[in-house]
Design a protein around this ligand. Sequence first.
Ligand SMILES: *[C@@H]1O[C@H](CO)[C@@H](O)[C@H](O)[C@H]1NC(C)=O
Length: 312
Amino acid sequence: MLFFALLLEVIWILAADGGQHWTYEGPHGQDHWPASYPECGSNAQSPIDIQTDSVTFDPELPALQPHGYDQPGTEPLDLHNNGHTVQLSLPPTLYLGGLPQKYVAAQLHLHWGEKGSPGGSEHQINSEATAAELHIVHYDSDSYDSLSEAAQRPQGLAVLGILIEKTSVPPFNVRELLPTELGQFFRYNGSLTTPPCYQSVLWTVFSQRAQISMGQLEKLQETLFSTEEPSKLLVQNYRAPQPLNQRTVFASFIQVGSLYTTGEMLSLGVGILVGCLCLLLAAYFIARKIRKKRLENRKSVVFTSARATTEA
Ligand SMILES: *[C@@H]1O[C@H](CO)[C@@H](O)[C@H](O)[C@H]1NC(C)=O
């Protein structure tokens, strides 16, 4: 993802630009959002904590096909700090296949934590948060004229959620920021994770994590300022997981033992196979040895008894 490089390499001297009056903590914090934005208190909100042993496998879920993501075009993209997050506009030449409608890209933004404290992602998998989360926001352009119109309609939006963890080694190339396994994801109906929290989002949360270097994340955490007064560092801009209520979370894949990746499963399988083979071989050699010993014993009995006869 070239955008990601842009996003992180640009010099972060971006002034916060007004915005609506809500924050993550304090008197206008997330617990108070429903008072000003009623939908934030509704029953199909995002993010959620995905418990992998409660998801429903759906073999019909096709892998996502991102189109045009490799060629972002020649137009400069708008990057700005809206006081709640840092956001990069995306051109509608980027669109997603593999969803019920064609969804075109509109923007991407990030949620992150604070230097020295754990957490930062919005979604959690088995109650585990990661350092940050990337959201790539799309809207149904066949049915609606704009992002803001689609944002108020059921399934008007499709957002990709990518959990990001910190590594001390920078990624070898930027492509590695996107999960390689686009076919393994969770899918559920949810909402915007910020006010007005419209319940219009078809969520895709990838099971695989992307990696970001410690330096890149700290740059985010140390150089952006929020809309709060007096101005504070823009940190901890993530919403807590919301109740799942009656919703079903679908998975595009079967999670075997949830602790193991495909690679680990493969090596585990090979390990078990080799182990079995060793046991079989050992059993074979022991059996052969026992048989040989018995045969020798019998021979020596025959031999001694033969000698005994001649000597007698
Ligand atoms: C989301 O809600 C719509 C409308 O109720 C339903 O048709 C669809 O199956 C739901 N999708 C998921 C992933 O739950």
